[in-house]
Design a protein around this ligand. Structure first.
Ligand code: SF4
Length: 624
């Protein structure tokens, strides 16, 4: 009640909005964001497609930050999502005749103009860039160092600066675009970047220095925030294989035979341990085990390898070095106390062995960041249950507000069905069950007058159902593992162009055809989610479940069930992408009726549970 009063008290705030006026649900979201940001709280907002969340988040937060002299930081998981944010700020600046200094900041390798370095990727690029900077061999970097201007903003003559504009301008004055963009950060009102600029131990530190702000003066918007926990886990996880150790030994052979011998010994040690394991097996180890197996002190040996790696790069003229990879692994392992799973993996090839550290709890990195920020708004079309994201990321419950907004699209445009007659539970995975699933799919597809996408929990299940699939001559397109992006694009285009005859797509939930792809209008009339896309019950999944069970009694929910339902919801969300889209979502598994799975579905879905979906689907389309 108290909060509602506060929200209502902001009703008269004149928001910096680029359009004529916000829609009802958008206004509601803006009021809640403004209230949270003003009060120094965090907001976790599940805001389905069509809510206009990029406009709402930036408008509400910017209204506050410009007034309070704070910096607005908008982070997304992909560069492609920056354009929308840039357009929103540009639109606001124009409509309200404001100068909102805004810069898009992307990774160095996307901005580099050096003719040699820009052709490289990943580690090779970073190593070459680093070496050229250290030795002042990059003319663009040297020119930047010699540039004495006190501010780079006047160079641009505009206030909203995309990374393309930075590149063009920096190239024209022959300076490093990354350094020029960095110069703009400290004086920017709005910075648009990637998650890893803040949520990464190494890059985060560099970025914060360049930003020159205390986090208590920053309001953060996390776009597509459902990606953040896994992204952080990936950033602080790493592994090392015997292949890398052997490559490092080869590199060291001509430089320091003793070090080379130690690296070979380390590789043999791992193979000896794995000799009692079956190919494909993973086994948990203690962090101390590896330290006791290997014949060197991790910290000092890592320093030695670092020097040797640099020498190797210098002499060989190569772009990357396995010695540096091993060095980074050793120093990371030496410091990896905390909620991590350490394990040894004997690969299926029967020859390679690796050791890995997997992060279980993303909050080890993010909790401190969120506690320092003035406020953070986490927003996504799939952010339920909000409590899970709050706990995984370590947001303080006493300063976190969780909101779930309904879809703004007409309710009658969507039919959600749960069909509990089949399941993909492991105990029931046999040909007869796959045949029954194919039978249900046949009936469902026959009732839909257009394209249907069927999302499976794994390729295993997809290829088990496929032999029984028969859609009366409708074209069937099948996603396969390890498809190249152009092959995926080709499937998508064929599927779309067959909408007049009603094509069927078989794909996996959590894959490139179920997330981040739009199927507007007649491109997709129904999405069927077969089974529940649960994570494989491997060592890592078990460790996450155990960890969160012990930490907060929510191991199965946070480590297994909710992330799987979120994947299913993402895939199902492909159907309705605009106000005029109509579509059917079918959840095909008995477990969707179970309380722990059902409760993780968005509240406004209001599904019908039926063993006979066809009459519902026909009636829905007959009402068109
Ligand atoms: S310093 Fe700048 S221009 Fe030079 S290689 Fe690195 S990123 Fe490229």
């Amino acid at each position: 009640m108290e909060l509602l009063k506060k929200v209502l008290s902001y009703f008269c705030v004149e928001f910096l909005f680029r359009h004529r006026s916000p829609r009802r649900v958008q206004k509601e979201l803006m009021l809640e964001i403004y209230a949270a940001v003003k009060e120094g709280k965090h907001l976790i907002a599940h805001a389905p497609t069509g809510t206009g969340k990029t406009d709402a988040t930036i408008s509400a937060a910017l209204t506050y930050t410009l007034d309070a002299g704070k910096t607005l930081l908008f982070l997304s998981p992909k560069i492609s999502q920056h354009e929308m944010a840039l357009n929103v700020v540009a639109g606001i600046s124009k409509k309200h005749s404001l100068t909102v200094k805004t810069v898009e900041f992307v990774g160095k390798q996307y901005m580099c103009v050096h003719p040699l370095a820009r052709r490289l990727k990943g580690e090779e690029f970073y190593e070459l860039c680093k070496r050229m900077r250290e030795k002042e061999l990059c003319p663009y970097y040297c020119n930047y160092l010699e540039d004495e201007r006190s501010s780079f903003w006047p160079l641009f003559g505009q206030s909203v600066i995309s990374h393309d504009v930075v590149i063009a301008k920096a190239d024209a004055i022959e300076e490093c675009p990354y350094e020029v963009a960095s110069e703009l950060l400290s004086d920017a009102d709005v910075v648009i970047g990637d998650y890893y600029h803040l949520f990464s131990p190494r890059s985060g530190e560099v970025f914060r220095k360049k930003l020159s702000k205390k986090l208590s003066d920053v309001v953060l918007i996390v776009d597509e925030a459902h990606n953040l926990p896994d992204r952080i886990r990936r950033v602080i996880s790493y592994s090392l294989s015997t292949k890398a150790l052997e490559s490092a030994a080869k590199e060291a052979a001509g430089l320091d035979p003793e070090v080379s011998a130690l690296l070979r010994e380390a590789s043999e040690d791992l193979k000896n341990v794995a000799s009692s394991m079956a190919p494909g097996e993973e086994r948990a180890i203690d962090r101390a085990d590896l330290i006791s197996w290997w014949p060197f002190d991790f910290t000092s040996f890592a320093e030695e390898l670092e020097d040797l790696g640099r020498e190797y790069l210098e002499l060989s003229g190569k772009g990357k070095s396995a010695l540096l990879k091993v060095a980074r692994f050793l120093s990371g392992w030496a410091e990896s106390e905390g909620p991590f799973l350490h394990y040894i993996h004997f690969w299926k090839d029967g020859a390679t062995v690796s050791v890995a550290r997997k992060a279980l709890d993303p909050s080890v990195l993010s909790e401190e960041i969120f506690s320092e920020l003035h406020s953070a708004v986490l927003v996504s079309g799939t952010l339920t249950p909000g409590e899970m994201y709050r706990d995984l990321l370590g947001l303080d419950p006493s300063r976190t507000v969780i909101r779930e907004y309904p879809s703004p699209f007409p309710r009658e445009n969507r039919l959600v069905l749960i069909v509990p007659s089949v399941t993909t539970r492991y105990s029931r995975r046999r040909p007869s069950e796959f045949e029954r699933i194919a039978g249900e799919l046949r009936r469902i597809v026959s009732a839909v007058p257009g394209n249907v996408a069927v999302f499976f929990p794994s390729y295993d299940v997809l290829f088990s159902v496929l032999p029984f699939a028969d859609f009366a001559g409708r074209p069937l397109f099948v996603q396969k593992p390890d498809m190249k992006p152009e092959e995926v694009a080709s499937i998508l285009s064929s599927f779309r162009s067959n909408s007049s005859v009603g094509a069927v797509l078989f794909a996996v939930a959590g894959g490139s055809l179920s997330e981040g792809v739009d199927y507007p209008g007649s491109d997709l009339l129904a999405a069927v989610i077969v089974g529940i896309p649960l994570a494989e019950m491997n060592l890592e999944t078990k460790a996450i479940i155990e960890y969160f069970e012990e930490k907060m009694g929510k191991g199965w929910a946070y480590g297994y069930i909710y992330p799987a339902v979120a994947k299913a919801v993402q895939a199902a969300g492909r159907v309705i992408r605009s106000e005029n889209d109509r579509g059917v979502i079918v959840l095909l598994d008995e477990r969707y009726t179970w309380k722990n799975y059902y409760s993780a579905l968005p509240r406004d879905w209001d599904p019908v549970i039926t063993e006979d979906p066809v009459p519902y689907i026909r009636r829905f389309w007959n009402q068109s």
